[in-house]
Design a protein around this ligand. Structure first.
Ligand code: IVH
Length: 698
């Protein structure tokens, strides 16, 4: 055990890690430590304080346990969703990005595409809504669909104009709020003086300041804002991103002065290096560069994937690395039973974040092979006690880059992957499909059930505030929650006299429980795509859920197609949807033919309301709600763009022809589909006719 000075040092370290994790958790950011690590840290604090109770006053960390207070800000649906960006890590990724753009637009690979170079500010995005020229609302990004109303705090930011000299009915100006590095140091010094916890980086300071409930006028005045886009551009503010940025200046916003337009990609990449080396001299943190197609008309044609635009990409700066030791290898069991090894590291600082664990992916990765059986790290395996280089790029979970075999202990042993599930002790099997090692006790394994419940409440599913991993585990262990519908029964249980506070014990009070029940209540209404995603069906991720929801539109329609006894015809319907592969169809069929699963779904349906899926930017044209199949190559569109146009017009694009299909859109060299369409009596339309039908001019 520690001496008293050692105990103080360790308590200080632990307090910092725990506070950070709580902060991440309270702000719904990704935490860099797992729930188990959190619990271990808490247990360690308790153990030290047991020996040195006199230190308890100085380290009050244990007394602060509790649930996150319900988000204090009103939640407001964005007029236009706030997307995120896909990432690029190399020059090659950028060349690929341009290649994909040209191919989507069906342009020759030699054609010129101007890109705007903008620094990617490491702050938090904010959407400012102006009505008739006056600031009406300021919303944080939230989950991209629904943000928090932080208008009162945003009004105090000097860079946010309270009115703009154009009286549009509604204008959404979007940009990044950040805390300048210069004032950040001063802020922390002041906080130390007043005995208040400091912020670990400027991003947290910006988020903490903008999202503090009792606003602190002085601190909000330190925040800055750069404008970089509009929510949607009905007024055609500008023709190019470059002009838009100038327009923002005219309206009274600040824009970033590093921004620049490039038509030559080599020069653009050179500028990336230049800015990378300037990074330490800037008064704001940047974690990469954003490249955007300059021509806004092209941006519109390129449109969006499920969560990011096709017309922009974030070129991330190289990952930061550190060297540390693997103290242990833990096996976590996921929602679908996959056993994932995690390296428990001696805590190490990587670019300002204390890292205590890193993913080891799977058994092959530990043994020194990638998933194609090719050697990685020259075939060197990973063992407990090894010295390793750990890196983190952006928000991603830390990873192992390399092992220093020279420093390996001579008596170390290769890691033995378990043959039994660490949670339920069932035998584990290798899945042929994806070579993952799985626990096959799908319905009864506690780890799988808990992971499924965590998924159910997660941001992209039911998005229930205040229900973190630890709380779910606690509720499960205490028998309160076994399946999703149980969340909605908590209130009744407590009304029927079950003393939840007593059952839950430490850390729970009237108020925290009430907050939790309120946020569960607030999640009762859910959009179809999120609901499908929340069910945790294997292979049915966010993107696929959106495709399915877009196809069926309502839960009733979907459910009657897949309900128990799913017919071959319906399975056929599913597999005909573009973007839905056989693996996914099988998985959906398997899920809905399982009585236990459907019983859980039906139980849940008693408590919730599923909203029909509304596609954004839906335009009513002659192909809206029609089923289309595309064949051949097209003169003016790539396949991908044509599909995206059809979907924007509310049509359903299928891969296979059947008598149910309304139109076959025929390009050049169409192949056998034309003959089949004639046999089936499916109407055929050619590219020119198609353009007339939906009224587009390219
Ligand atoms: S454009 C539709 N431009 O990066 C794309 N984003 O992962 C909207 N960010 O949530 C984003 N600087 O908070 C854009 N110059 C910039 C940016 C920027 C920082 C942030 C933003 C967004 C995230 C995307």
């Amino acid at each position: 055990m520690f001496t008293k000075p050692e105990a103080t040092t360790r308590l200080r370290e632990l307090s910092e890690i725990i506070t950070k994790s709580r902060e991440a958790y309270f702000n719904l950011n990704q935490s860099d430590i797992t729930d188990q690590e959190y619990d271990q840290n808490i247990a360690e604090v308790a153990k030290i304080l047991e020996k040195y109770p006199e230190l308890a006053d100085e380290f009050k960390i244990l007394n602060q346990v509790g649930v996150k207070p319900n988000s204090k800000f009103n939640k407001v649906k964005h007029l236009t969703p706030m997307y995120s960006l896909s990432n690029a890590f190399s020059d090659e990724d950028i060349l690929n990005f341009l290649k994909q753009i040209r191919s989507f637009l069906d342009l020759p690979q030699t054609s010129n595409i101007d890109l705007v170079f903008e620094p990617k500010i490491d702050g938090l995005s904010l959407s400012l809504i102006y009505k008739k020229g006056n600031l009406f609302q300021a919303l944080t990004r939230g989950d991209g669909q629904i943000g928090e109303d932080v208008t009162e705090n945003a009004r105090l930011i000097p860079d946010v104009p309270l009115s703009i000299p154009i009286e549009f009915e509604t204008l959404e100006v979007r940009g990044e709020v950040y805390f300048p590095n210069s004032t950040f140091k001063e802020l922390n010094q002041e906080l130390i003086k007043s005995g208040i916890k400091t912020f670990s980086n400027p991003r947290n300071a910006a988020s903490g300041t903008l999202r503090q409930f009792k606003f602190n006028k002085e601190r909000n005045k330190n925040l800055c804002f750069f404008a970089y886009s509009v929510g949607n551009d009905p007024y055609q503010l500008a023709d190019t991103q470059e002009m838009l940025l100038k327009m923002f200046n005219d309206l009274g916003f600040k824009t970033n002065d590093i921004s620049k337009v490039f038509s030559n990609v080599e020069q653009l990449l050179k500028y990336y290096e230049e800015i990378f080396s300037m990074r330490p001299t800037l008064d704001y943190d940047i974690d990469g560069i954003v490249y955007k197609v300059n021509d806004l008309r092209l941006q519109e044609r390129l449109g969006f994937r499920s969560s990011s635009p096709r017309w922009a990409i974030a070129h991330k700066f190289p990952a930061e690395m550190s060297i540390t030791v693997i103290e242990d290898i833990e096996i976590q069991v996921g929602r679908t039973g996959t056993l994932s090894p995690v390296a428990k590291l001696k805590p190490v600082n990587i670019g300002g974040v204390i890292v205590t664990s890193a993913t080891l992916h799977n058994k092959d990765f530990i043994s020194g092979f990638d998933n194609k059986g090719k050697k990685i790290r020259a075939g060197v395996d990973i063992r407990i006690g090894d010295w390793v280089t750990v890196y983190r790029a952006g928000d991603v979970i830390p990873k192992i880059k390399d092992v220093d075999v020279a420093k390996r202990n001579t008596n170390s042993e290769p890691f033995a992957f378990p043959h039994f599930c660490p949670s339920c002790n069932s035998e584990v099997k290798i899945d042929k499909g994806d070579s993952a090692i799985r626990c096959h006790n799908f319905q009864g394994c506690p780890a799988q059930i808990i992971a499924g419940l965590k998924h159910f409440v997660s941001k992209k599913a039911f998005n229930i505030d205040g229900l973190g991993g630890r709380i779910i585990e606690e509720f499960y262990q205490k028998g309160l929650i076994q399946q999703p519908a149980d969340f909605f029964r908590l209130e009744t249980k407590s009304n029927q006299g079950l003393n939840l506070i007593e059952l839950l014990g430490k850390g729970w009070g009237e108020k925290s429980l009430k907050n939790l029940i309120n946020s569960i209540d607030a999640s009762r209404s859910i959009q179809l795509d999120r609901f499908l995603f929340s069910l945790g069906i294997r292979h049915i991720g966010e993107n696929v859920s959106q495709i399915i929801a877009g196809y069926f539109g309502s839960w009733e329609r979907f459910y009657s197609a897949v309900k128990i006894g799913i017919s071959k015809d319906n399975a056929q319907v599913l597999s005909e949807i573009e973007g839905i592969g056989q693996l996914m169809v099988n998985s959906i069929m398997e899920f809905f033919s399982d009585h236990k699963e459907t019983a859980k779904v039906e139980d849940l349906l008693n408590y919730i309301e599923i909203e029909s899926f509304i596609k954004h930017n839906k335009i009513e044209t002659a192909i809206t709600n029609k089923k289309l199949v595309l064949t051949g190559t097209f003169k003016e569109f790539s396949r991908a763009e044509l599909k995206s146009i059809c979907e924007k017009n509310g049509a359903k694009v299928l891969t296979a022809l059947s008598a149910n299909v309304d139109f076959l859109v025929v390009g050049q060299s169409p192949g056998s589909k034309v003959k089949k369409a004639s046999e089936l009596g499916v109407k055929q339309i050619f590219e020119e006719e198609f353009k007339v039908l939906i009224d587009i001019n390219i």
